[in-house]
Design a protein around this ligand. Structure first.
Ligand SMILES: CC(=O)SCCNC(=O)CCNC(=O)[C@H](O)C(C)(C)COP(=O)(O)OP(=O)(O)OC[C@H]1O[C@@H](n2cnc3c(N)ncnc32)[C@H](O)[C@@H]1OP(=O)(O)O
Ligand SMILES: CC(C)C(=O)C(=O)O
Ligand SMILES: [Mg+2]
Length: 520
């Protein structure tokens, strides 16, 4: 491959990112994130691991069918069954890619109990098989950074000869360091016959906090594809963060003269969506997308910023999609200001949607001195409730040092109001018990997460609740200045979504879904 300065961005939020414990996304959420990645200009979307489950297969196939620009890639182990399943899922894409891998380091070779020759033969067979199905094949020697150099050169050469068009060099356990990462790519380019005919990719994990530096070092040595995830989501300490490598290349173009195809103004919006759907909030001081990344509180910094923003900012907030209007939103604001503010935040709403958000905005503004950008995002990203079978009508909770905590709740279920009082181990537990008493179900709680979206004791709390029942997963979200109310709404939202999911997978099978038995 003749060296150009164009670096491809390979996003694996939906595959490696989703492997983070607790970050499972629903089908609809995956489709939405894939669409945002495509609109942002990502070159390749790794949409999932098709053999892993029916759900993964469906998500990859659906994303392959609807994506307009990006290549759609699926992961497959080094066997024909995985590769065939992967091809069945990605084949619908305009630009399909099969990504197959096997662990090549001594530790990983021991797992399938293959010696060096047997593994080399397996790589030859499987890459050849993938290439017979698909023109675009990526191969990865998992744990490459702990693989003996001679053996790595040997297997990379085999994969290239078998037809791999991209060779990805994973730092699977986040073990390497920048100088070593660069030296490894340089060594492969120098020693492997045919290496200049393919694209080298870098796939770094962040166990030692060096994923971004290691990825950029690999690019300086000749890699032309960076594998990364939004917000650095991923196994253990995560993967290279897309926003970090892309902005580093943009801001330090003087010393890293490369180009990506990313529209950086879309970064903030997708970061927020991934944080919401994965249930992994972004840390406040996270580079590029943390809420403090462009905030200045100390006097000398504020003074410098007012005189010349370049004194303390190396990039403009607008470059990553942060708005620059100074509209202060409060109870006296009207629809025009709300529409303008939401547009700045990346949301263009139809009139009826705007009206719905406006009602909720006014309600919030009555309870809060100032409505912040993040409050508005939380309002907009709440779901359309028109089809919900369960609605919260009233909640009163008694809590404090002298238990038991007690929740009085009124729910509207299929149009009928019902009420109950329940106790629990804390106010949230009492509330969930009350919901369950009125709407008994067999779903188990997988995740319960609370984050304050803005500052102050009147901050909105965003609550995520993930429920699972018989393989169906649904995440509910809600925001409210009252954490217990937000929790109740998120729980009810998850139940409503689970009902929809069950009805979609078995239409008309049972109108009392998610094992609902009328409590009488
Ligand atoms: C570094 C990474 O990110 S690798 C990707 C990791 N991602 C995931 O594992 C998520 C999806 N995984 C899954 O859903 C499941 O593990 C499945 C469906 C793939 C396999 O499930 P199971 O058949 O029950 O196998 P299990 O998970 O217990 O073990 C993995 C098997 O794959 C084998 N294996 C692992 N990697 C590879 C590979 N690259 N090529 C071939 N075989 C492999 C292991 O040796 C083991 O085989 P064994 O069952 O004969 O001992
Ligand atoms: C499957 C491979 C590329 C991987 O995710 C890793 O090695 O980290
Ligand atoms: Mg990985």
């Amino acid at each position: 491959m003749p060296q150009t300065n164009r670096v491809k961005i390979f996003d694996t939020t939906l595959r490696d990112g989703e492997q983070s414990p607790g970050a499972t996304m629903t089908h609809e959420e995956k489709l939405e994130i894939a669409q945002l990645l495509d609109e942002m200009g990502v070159d390749i979307i790794e949409a999932g691991f098709p053999i892993a489950s029916e759900g993964d297969f469906k998500a990859v196939s659906e994303i392959a069918k609807v994506t307009r620009n990006a290549s759609i890639c699926g992961l497959a182990r080094a066997n024909f069954k995985d590769i065939d399943r992967c091809w069945d899922a990605v084949r619908h894409a305009k630009r399909p890619r099969i990504h197959t891998f096997i662990g090549t380091s001594p530790l990983h070779r021991a797992i399938p109990n293959l010696d060096m020759d047997q593994m080399a033969e397996r790589i030859h067979e499987t890459v050849t098989h993938a290439r017979n199905l698909c023109e675009d094949v990526q191969w990865s020697p998992m744990d490459a950074t702990r693989t003996e150099h001679d053996y790595l050169c040997r297997v990379v050469e085999i994969a290239i000869k078998a037809g791999a068009t991209t060779i990805n060099i994973p730092d699977t356990v986040g073990y390497t360091a920048p100088r070593e990462s660069a030296a490894l790519i340089a060594m492969l380019l120098e020693r492997v016959p045919g290496a200049d005919e393919i694209t080298f990719a870098t796939h770094c994990h962040n166990d030692l906090g060096m994923a971004t530096a290691n990825s950029l070092a690999a690019v300086e040595a000749g890699a032309r594809q960076i594998e990364c995830t939004i917000n650095g989501l991923g196994e253990r300490a995560g993967n290279t963060a897309l926003e970090e490598v892309v902005m580093a290349i943009k801001v330090r173009h003087d010393i890293m003269p490369y180009k990506t195809g990313i529209d950086t103004t879309k970064i903030m919006n997708i970061s927020r969506r991934v944080a919401t759907v994965s249930g992994f909030p972004v840390q406040f001081n996270k580079a590029i997308v943390g809420k403090n990344a462009f905030a200045h509180e100390s006097g000398i910094h504020q003074d410098g910023m007012l005189k010349n923003s370049e004194t303390f900012e190396i990039m403009r907030p607008q470059d990553v999609g942060l708005n620059d209007t100074n509209l202060v939103m409060g109870k006296h604001s009207g629809r025009a200001a709300l529409r303008a503010k939401l547009k700045d935040l990346g949301f263009e709403l139809a009139d009826n949607q705007l009206n719905d958000v406006f009602v909720r905005f006014k309600d919030l503004a009555d309870r809060k001195k100032e409505v912040w950008d993040d409050d508005l995002i939380a309002l907009v990203t709440q779901n359309d409730a028109s089809q919900d079978r369960l609605r919260l009508k009233h909640l009163r909770v008694i809590c404090g040092t002298d238990g038991p905590q007690k929740a009085d709740i009124v729910l509207e279920i299929d149009g009928q109001e019902r009420s109950v009082t329940a106790t629990g181990d804390g106010p949230v537990d009492a509330t969930f018990n009350a919901v369950k008493a009125l709407f008994p179900h067999g779903a188990t709680l997988q995740v319960y997460q609370v984050a304050a979206v803005t500052e102050g004791t009147d901050a909105q709390a965003t609550v995520s609740v993930r429920l699972e029942e018989q393989g169906h997963i649904a995440t509910g979200q809600s925001a409210d200045t009252d954490t217990v109310v937000a929790s109740a709404k998120a729980y009810i939202n998850a139940i409503n979504r689970l009902i929809v999911r069950r009805e979609k997978s078995a239409p008309g099978a049972d109108t009392k879904t998610i094992s609902y038995r009328d409590a009488g």
